[in-house]
Design a protein around this ligand. Structure first.
Ligand code: PBG
Length: 327
């Protein structure tokens, strides 16, 4: 008997063979680019903790989405940074609020070429930085927040958002917003539920990107890092409530949850490669300690392999270029 009998290396002998037997692929249409737009800016403003990421002016935002469409991305996810905030986040459902104004501009510009999505959460608009409104004792009031989300969702749908990203982690938010949309005739507006969204340190750079006012943390509404089953439960509840797509976030530290959610639901499952995941690779690359492109693409393929049908990533535009060059 010749030895060894099994030679799995045969499948790795050349780029052509490796390409032919590759199990997981990544294409630009599976990538969604998060974009920040800040009220009152005339020029884009760099976010120092996220090299290559900026807070956009309305004009530079229009150019960015045009580039995203030309690169064949699946979509863009818009975040607004208002000039003024208050306790209930009034800017969120004001048609003249920065996110709604930007959504209308972007939808008009590229609405047919990619899926224009908007963050549906109050944290960018509240002066306390929480994702909901507070009760008399300063706790996030779930059911009062649902009313605000319904108003915000309607404002975003009216502005032309095709898909609402429910990132606030309030109980019942999917059903509540769905009902409000349907009652006003927006039955085509898609709902992306950030179902398994974990509390933790990986959102650090995002807080700079949206000029967050938060003191304290989000541990009474976002999930605990130790809990995988609870993430699956949240995803199942959101599907029951009518979510069109469910999401796991952050991505790389939660690949196990992603795989389990993928196995448990019948709707598309997305992952959000968050600001901290991006910043870690960028910082190491800036020191020459890691190959930037290699680490970025490897992390994206890993997230796909674990079960993500699409990925929100700050590398979306660049990754689309890299993928095209690799063909
Ligand atoms: C909530 C929201 C957050 C992120 C996306 N939507 C912040 C949070 O929950 O604290 C984080 C994204 C990132 O870190 O890249 N509006």
């Amino acid at each position: 008997m010749p030895y060894p009998i099994h030679r799995p290396r045969r499948l790795r002998q050349s780029p052509a063979v490796r390409r032919l037997v590759r199990e997981t692929h990544l294409v630009p249409s599976q990538l969604v680019l998060p974009l920040f737009v800040r009220e009152g800016l005339t020029e884009p403003l760099p976010v120092s903790s996220m090299p290559g990421v900026v807070q956009h002016s309305l004009d530079s935002l229009r150019r960015a989405v045009t580039d995203a469409a030309a690169a064949g991305l699946g979509g863009v996810m818009l975040f607004g940074v208002p000039a003024v905030r208050d306790a209930v986040g009034s800017g969120a459902d004001d048609p003249r609020g920065i996110l709604n104004v930007a959504t209308a501009a972007v939808a008009q510009e590229v609405g047919d070429a990619l899926v224009v999505q908007t963050d549906l959460c109050l944290d960018e608009f509240t002066d306390h930085g929480h994702c909901g409104v507070l009760d008399a004792r300063g706790r996030v009031d779930n059911d009062a927040t649902l009313e605000r989300y319904a108003a915000m969702g309607l404002a975003q749908a009216r502005a032309g958002s095709a898909m609402l990203g429910l990132s606030g982690m309030m109980d019942g938010q999917v059903a509540h917003v769905r009902e409000a949309l349907d009652a006003e005739g927006f039955s085509d507006t898609l709902l992306l539920a950030y179902s398994a969204k974990y509390a933790g340190a990986f959102y650090g750079p995002f807080r700079e990107a949206v000029d967050s006012q938060l003191t304290g943390d989000r541990r009474t509404y976002q999930l605990d890092a130790g809990n995988g089953r609870e993430g699956v439960r949240e995803a199942l509840l959101d599907v029951e409530e009518g979510a069109d797509v469910v999401m796991v976030k952050p991505a790389l530290p939660y690949l196990d949850v992603l795989a389990e959610v993928r196995a448990s639901v019948g709707v598309p499952v997305w992952a959000y490669q968050v600001s901290g995941e991006y910043a870690m690779v960028e910082a190491a690359a800036a020191h020459g300690w890691i190959d930037r492109r290699g680490a970025a693409l490897e992390s994206l393929i890993a997230i796909r392999r674990a079960g993500a049908d699409a990925i929100l990533t700050y590398w979306a535009l660049e990754a689309a270029r890299w993928l095209r060059d690799d063909l």
